[in-house]
Design a protein around this ligand. Structure first.
Ligand code: RFL
Length: 393
């Protein structure tokens, strides 16, 4: 079997690359470890930046999203019993689109496999990459149905298999992997409860950070800062809601609308960046190349950015023999990646400085927050970074 491109992983990155290739008539094969039903339900991100939505739209991948997503243009910081609205949409003229990741993945799989006729094999096991330094690499895997090993020859491998995939493990020792550990955990929660505000809420509290993000009229994502490696079982339903009410409480606001918790898991906040994002004929995209803890809700946006660049670059090379996109791929991606990493770090200090137990950090956190609401220049800079428009400069 032979395909010009084999894509490992059917997340937002892999499916977007696949869709771009199919639209240009470039054949490809997507290999995915999970089932279609599983990836269409896996809850994760929910906030997509406007430039990313426009990028999907230009490639015919945003029709359902544009019909169904909610537009957000404000967020609210709650601290010291007060609430401060931040209207970033007014400052930039741009929005966030709230559209849960499983819905985007469902749209992208449907478009790729059912509309554009792309081939995708689910439930594959033990994917291995071969001869990446040559112009004839290949990928082997164990087929889900027959249990037999299969070998697929190709010209390029797109490593879009996320933070726990195989692509990153085959990189040579000359590849640099920069890591950062925040030393904190977040209890990530999905509540079967309507949102309690029309915008994202950030609770800055001595007990720890708390976040509120709408996902749909029926489901809301919440986060609670907790010790890294904490056991989710330490967090009973009652304890969770008591902490959320306290950390997100502000004078004159009604209590949060409570509901059953349908997801409860501890995320250890850490980041990494792989540099360069390529090795021979292997091109990494998305979480396989860089992880950004969900502090600034950037991961899926970066995955889409990589996918646009990689999809277009592969089409240019395979269709027009133009290798410039592939040559500049890693550098072009990493510019936005590092910009978002820096913003995540900056925002992390706002979220976690107050609860660090360090009076000095608490003081500088409040100074940072006050500046957002008193300095128009600081507000404009925050708005650009929050929406990802600054990274385009
Ligand atoms: P994905 O989505 O992890 O997809 C990788 C796919 O590869 C498959 N796979 C393999 N397939 C074959 N062989 C192997 N050996 C394989 N190993 C893995 C996996 O099954 C999977 O289907 O990576 P991709 O495409 O790079 O997309 C990245 C995003 O999923 C990720 O960055 C975001 O979810 C991060 N994130 C958020 N990002 C945002 O932009 N906005 C948000 O609001 C936001 N919220 C979040 C988040 C991540 C979270 N978690 C769970 C870490 C909230 C949370 C709680």
């Amino acid at each position: 079997q032979r395909f010009p491109v084999v894509i490992v992983g059917a997340g937002p990155a892999g499916l977007t690359v696949g869709n771009i290739l199919r639209a240009a008539g470039v054949d490809c094969l997507v290999l995915e470890a999970e089932t279609r039903a599983f990836i269409e339900r896996r809850p994760r991100a929910g906030v997509i930046e406007e430039w990313a939505v426009r990028g999907l739209q230009r490639r015919g991948l945003a029709d359902t999203l544009l019909e169904r997503a909610q537009l957000h243009s404000e967020c609210e910081f709650r601290f010291a019993g007060d609430r401060f609205r931040f209207a970033y949409g007014e400052l930039t003229g741009q929005h966030h689109f709230v559209y849960p990741q499983p819905l985007l993945v469902t749209d992208l799989v449907h478009e790729y496999a059912d509309t554009r006729g792309g081939e995708i094999r689910f439930g594959v096991r033990d994917v291995r990459l071969h001869d990446l330094e040559t112009s004839r690499p290949s990928v082997s895997y164990t087929d889900a149905g027959t249990g037999e090993r299969q070998l697929v020859e190709c010209e390029f491998v797109a490593g879009c298999d996320g933070a726990r995939g195989v692509s990153r493990t085959v990189l040579p020792h000359t590849t640099h992997i920069a890591r950062h550990d925040y030393g904190i955990g977040w209890l990530a929660l999905l509540a079967e409860a309507p949102p309690s505000s029309d915008c994202v809420l950030f609770g800055i509290h001595p007990n720890g950070f708390a976040g509120h993000m709408a996902r749909s009229p029926e489901v809301t994502r919440y986060y609670l800062e907790c010790p890294p490696g904490d056991d989710p079982d330490n967090w009973s339903h009652d304890r969770i809601w008591a902490e959320l009410q306290q950390r997100l409480g502000a004078d004159g606001t009604p209590p949060l609308t409570e509901g059953p918790l349908i997801e409860k898991r501890v995320l250890d906040m850490h980041n990494y960046v792989v540099e360069p994002m390529t090795y021979g004929r292997l091109f990494l995209a998305g979480d396989s190349a860089h992880l950004t803890a969900p502090i600034a809700a950037k991961g899926m946006n970066l995955a889409l950015h990589d996918a646009f660049l990689l999809g277009d670059a592969l089409v240019a090379y395979l269709g027009k023999d133009d290798g410039s996109g592939l040559d500049g791929y890693s550098q072009a991606c990493l510019r936005r990646v590092w910009d978002y990493q820096e913003f995540s770090q900056w925002l992390s200090e706002i979220y976690h400085g107050t609860s660090s137990g360090d009076e000095y950090r608490a003081g500088t956190t409040f100074a940072r927050l006050r500046r957002l609401f008193t300095s128009p220049a600081a507000a404009a800079a925050f708005a650009e970074q929050y929406l990802g428009t600054a990274a385009a400069y």
